[in-house]
Design a protein around this ligand. Structure first.
Ligand code: FAD
Ligand code: NAP
Length: 315
């Protein structure tokens, strides 16, 4: 049996939130383990141009991820691949169970973020990877000079729709209401783009195709009740995100929808030594800038928490 390795703090998730905590904790001379089930960067890897992260007027998401990781490397954080399946509490220690081995630390930071929500209509699973996608940066290039549909009305749908308009012949954004949820600046960019059309008040019903490839999307106009079709080779679905927190269900730190409940000032959950940061937290705004801010807070709070343990054990 392999030995359980011990750290001062284990950070789960190497998105902007987790990478920032790793830098802060490592610069405080703590022994840090940063775990991720995929490549560092999290959702930044699925983002085209980031234009609202201070310091960069515009930067590609994967490039920003790389820059943050350079800081992680500089401070010699132990960064490892591994999917976390469960966490067990053992006195003041937290044991993290992964498919690559187990790790233990008195402090734990959960920064596992969120992933795209499925819309749950016929054709979505059938054509996933064959026309249906959740990532414009990854798959947009397959639809060069083709007609593309984007479903949703939030920041992701409008921002990524604008990115796709650079590649496709046309982009049709289909939204269930007559008003977008996206930030005004993103709306203005999309409205000004002659390659982007909007379909409002639409109840998307099916993604259709020939069995091999997508040929379009059908929807019902909620006002006229008419059934209509928009032809498209690519369908990008951006209808929100769901938290990636299943592994922490046993800890009692989640709300009924799986979002982490952590203090807005300290990032502490109700379990001493466990912190919840970034998109996986229950909060209103999910951005890189506040993920980074929460990561910095958690790094500082972890240091303070470990100090109290040292003081206690010194007595
Ligand atoms: P994430 O970036 O989601 O990272 C979480 C990490 O945890 C991932 O790497 C994941 O692999 C890992 N993980 C999850 N579960 C486990 C597990 N069980 N074990 C191990 N590892 C695990 N924000 C902006 O500010 N500007 C933008 O322009 C912008 N554009 C966006 C475009 C799109 C399409 C999307 C979806 C989001 C965009 N956002 C943007 C939001 C921004 O990406 C997020 O707010 C930010 O990435 C959240 O950071 P995070 O570190 O909390 O989580
Ligand atoms: P979101 O803000 O939750 O928006 C989801 C959109 O999908 C909404 O317009 C919603 O409609 C629609 N929708 C939800 N369920 C649907 C369904 N079943 N059928 C059809 N439409 C449905 O999600 P998001 O746009 O993916 O953004 C996720 C987070 O990342 C947000 O916090 C966002 O701010 C952030 N983000 C930021 C940037 C940026 O800063 N530039 C870019 C991308 C994402 P309603 O409007 O009717 O609810």
């Amino acid at each position: 049996m392999t030995e359980t390795q011990k750290f001062d703090v284990i950070i789960i998730g190497a998105g902007p939130a987790g990478m920032t905590t790793a830098i802060y904790a490592a610069r405080s001379n703590l022994k840090v383990l940063l775990l991720d089930r995929g490549i560092y960067g999290g959702q930044m890897n699925n983002t085209a141009a980031v234009e609202n992260y201070p310091g960069y007027v515009s930067i590609l998401g994967p490039d920003l991820a790389q820059k943050m990781y350079e800081g992680v490397k500089k401070f010699q954080v132990d960064y490892r691949y591994g999917t976390v399946n469960r966490v067990e509490i053992q006195g003041i220690n937290k044991e993290v169970i992964t498919d690559e081995g187990n790790f233990i630390a008195p402090a734990l930071v959960v920064a596992t973020g969120a992933e795209h929500r499925k819309i749950g209509i016929p054709g979505e699973d059938e054509y996933s990877g064959r026309g249906v996608s959740y990532c414009a940066v990854c798959d947009g290039n397959f639809f060069k000079d083709e007609d593309i549909v984007v479903i949703g009305g939030g920041d992701s749908a409008v921002q990524e729709g604008t990115y796709l308009a650079n590649l496709g012949r046309s982009v049709t954004i289909i939204h269930r209401r007559d008003q977008l949820r996206a930030q005004k600046i993103l709306q203005e960019q999309a409205f000004a783009n002659s390659k982007i059309n909007f379909v409002w008040n639409a109840d998307v019903q099916t993604i259709v195709g020939d069995g091999n490839a997508v040929s379009g999307v059908t929807y019902q106009d909620k006002v006229t009740k008419e059934l209509k079709k928009v032809p498209a080779k690519g369908v990008f679905i951006y209808v929100g995100v769901v938290p990636l927190t299943e592994a922490f269900q046993n800890l009692g730190i989640l709300d009924e929808n799986g979002w982490i409940l952590s203090d807005p000032v300290t990032m502490a959950t109700k379990i001493p030594g466990i912190y919840g940061i970034g998109d996986a937290r229950k909060k209103d705004l999910r951005q890189i800038a506040n993920a980074v801010g929460e990561g910095a807070t958690a790094g500082n709070e972890v240091f303070n928490y470990l100090q109290t343990l040292t003081i206690r054990s010194d007595k």
